[in-house]
Design a protein around this ligand. Structure first.
Ligand code: GSH
Length: 229
């Protein structure tokens, strides 16, 4: 690791992939500086940020002039170029391939399905200034999410402690942060899923305080919503 190396990250902590990146940085004590990009204020649309990411999405990482977008790529880059425990992104080819297998699957499954529930219950009603939730679309989204949770349990978790083996990897961070997101709307999607609940507890204890620190903004959304009801 280069002396004085400081990773710059551009994040909004209401964003699931941003939280995954922050947790990896904080629980491994990787020197970093956070630049908050408030999506609700459109800060991702400024010319400066658009130069960093023409897709206008967070997270973005800059390491000594090297600009990287996409949480999956950022997590793997950090785990390979910093002196962190190998379990985060194992070097052994089959073990690494298991992590890549999950992270390739993640975006169209865990991420898309859990995010949809949050969008329907929290983002859309907030954006349109009406508390009404589209119940038909929500019911469909919840049913699709159940399918994804089934697959997470059967295809990935199985009898192992973490999604890709006996130890925590970047795959668990991506998944855990997505599965937390519906909590912003007061919905605990794991409440009837003891196997995934036990996995989530293992993830939380593996990363310590980093987990709740990264999720403080989401807990705030949940608490304010509860207070309004
Ligand atoms: N595949 C990207 C997804 C990034 C992404 O969708 N970020 C969202 C927040 S969760 C965003 O910046 N949205 C702003 C927008 O689309 O305007 C990743 O994993 O980094």
């Amino acid at each position: 690791m280069a002396a004085g190396r400081l990773v710059e990250v551009y994040l909004d902590l209401l964003s699931q992939p941003c939280r995954a990146v922050l947790i990896l940085l904080t629980c491994n004590k990787i020197p970093h500086r956070v630049h908050t990009v408030a999506l609700r204020r459109g800060e991702n649309k400024t010319p400066e940020f658009t130069r960093l990411n023409p897709m206008q999405k967070v997270p973005v990482m800059v390491d000594n002039g090297f600009v990287l977008r996409e949480s999956d790529a950022i997590l793997k880059y950090l785990a390979t170029t910093f002196d962190v425990p190998e379990h985060w992104y194992p070097r052994q080819p089959e073990q690494r391939a298991r992590v890549d297998e999950y992270t390739a699957w993640h975006h169209m499954n865990t991420r898309m399905k859990a995010a949809k529930v949050f969008i329907l219950e929290v983002l859309l009603p907030t954006q349109f200034g009406t508390p009404a939730v589209d119940e038909v679309r929500l019911k469909r989204a919840l049913s699709e999410l159940e399918d994804t949770l089934d697959k997470l349990e059967s295809m990935f978790l199985g009898r192992q402690a973490f999604l890709c083996g006996d130890d925590i990897t970047v795959a668990d961070l991506l998944a855990a942060c997505e599965l937390m997101q519906p909590l912003g709307g007061g919905r605990d999607i794991l409440k009837d899923r003891p196997q995934l609940q036990r996995w989530m507890s293992r993830v939380r204890s593996a990363v310590g305080d980093s987990f709740d620190e990264a999720h403080a903004v989401l807990y705030g959304v949940r608490d304010r919503r509860r207070a309004r009801l």
